[in-house]
Design a protein around this ligand. Structure first.
Ligand code: ATP
Ligand code: MG
Ligand code: MG
Length: 382
């Protein structure tokens, strides 16, 4: 069997390694944290910072194929890994997706719409662009953001100077986006292998709370027509960017039914965890197939499903719900809960500790389960 190296040791790497070991691969992971979620299940963990070229060289020496589980890979490290091992996803895809402006231009070049945006080099530019877009509008750092970090929703012109000064401290370019008053958010994960074969997973409807993904609902509650359009857009992006592996495409469904891409992720995605039990093939297996140039497998949805991210504060009520169900003579009908925990050492508020896939006859049954468990978050976002 070949050895696959994973740059990054979080839960995405962990689930990739668990799946890949079942397929007969060995895994080496590189992460600075001892006992990282992926390190616990890999054959070997190199404990080192992500941007150390000396340690990346060790990963390259031990791996036949290298993949990554986050997109902010240091450019020098990416180049080194490509030189000294085989990185089927390539460093170009990383270069594009780790910078919002480059990413938006690439999406547009593939013929797909993004929310209207402007590059913001000065406070004056922000004043002008925000006046053009109107309020609210969203200022974002071009690099390094996740879970809404590095963003500022401007409510009025009074916030221009403070927002610009605060986000400028990150030392990266800034981008202003028009605020999309979306009807809902969806995502599509596409896989492409070096032979150019492309397959998409079913559209996921995503609910974020405080900018953190809370629920994925599949099938998404949208028309067949819109679902086909979203899948087509994801395929088009995968083809244009010559993706190898997975590309997750986050989109807004506007009130008038128009689709705008929000952002991309060139890796397994939180909104694709539902595939683990609900699809013929999981996103992790498909990613491994794609980077190893195996034929891609069926992405068919076997059952409606709701995925709930289990944050630190959800652990206790969730365990109580699972225990109560186990004890009850009469089980709640038609919901099969599948729990995944990531082995993180310390449970914290808003830290992703695991997720649960609720397989059900209808997504409404699964949502009822979430409500009964007391883990349905309804606080307004932002
Ligand atoms: P992730 O953890 O998904 O990588 P991120 O920090 O990169 O998050 P975005 O995905 O850009 O952030 O934005 C987070 C959330 O904020 C979106 O899912 C959406 O709910 C909201 N949002 C972002 N941009 C806009 C916009 N232009 N209009 C309306 N809502 C937005
Ligand atoms: Mg992001
Ligand atoms: Mg996002």
């Amino acid at each position: 069997g070949s050895t696959i190296g994973i740059l990054g040791g979080g839960q995405l790497g962990r689930m990739l390694a668990l799946q890949g070991r079942a397929m007969g691969y060995r895994f080496v992971t590189l992460d600075p944290t001892p006992d990282a979620p992926c390190g616990q299940v890999a054959d070997q963990q190199l404990i080192a910072p992500y941007d150390s070229e000396a340690d990346a060289r060790k990963l390259a020496a031990q791996s036949d194929v290298i993949t990554y589980e986050f997109e902010n890979v240091d450019a020098g490290v990416a180049a080194l890994l490509e030189r000294e091992s085989y990185v089927p996803q390539g460093s170009r895809l990383l270069f594009t997706t780790q910078h919002r402006l480059r990413e938006k231009r690439a999406i547009e070049a593939s013929g797909v719409k993004v929310a209207p945006y402007r590059e913001i080099p000065t406070a004056e530019a922000l004043r002008e662009a925000s006046a053009t877009f109107g309020f609210p509008c969203v200022l974002k750092t071009a690099t390094g953001g996740y879970d809404g970090k590095g963003q500022w929703v401007l409510r009025s012109a009074d916030e221009v100077d403070e927002a610009f000064a605060t986000l400028s401290q990150a030392g990266t370019e800034l981008v202003l986006e028009q605020f999309i008053h979306f009807e809902r958010e969806i995502s599509v994960i596409a896989a492409r292998n070096p032979d150019g074969e492309i397959r998409t997973f079913p559209v996921s409807e995503n609910v974020h709370v405080n900018n953190i993904l809370h629920l994925s609902i599949v099938p998404a509650r949208i028309s067949q027509h819109l679902a086909r359009e979203a899948e087509q857009m994801a395929s088009q992006i995968a083809e244009h960017l010559e993706v190898v592996g997975l590309i997750a495409v986050e989109m807004f469904v506007a009130q008038d039914g128009q689709l705008f891409v929000n952002e991309l992720a060139p890796r397994p995605h939180n909104s694709g965890h539902y595939t683990m039990e609900a699809c013929h093939t999981s996103q992790f297996e498909q990613h491994l197939r794609a980077i190893c140039n195996l034929p891609l497998a069926s992405t068919e949805l076997m059952t409606p499903v709701v995925m709930v991210n289990v944050l630190g504060q959800h652990m206790e009520p969730l365990m109580a719900m699972l225990a109560a169900e186990e004890a009850a003579a009469e089980r709640r009908p038609r919901v099969v809960p599948k729990l995944h925990v990531y082995g993180k050492q310390e449970s914290k508020h808003n830290r992703k500790m695991g997720h649960i896939n609720l397989l059900a006859e209808t997504v409404e049954d699964a949502l009822d389960w979430v409500e009964a468990a007391g883990i349905w978050q309804t606080e307004g976002k932002r």
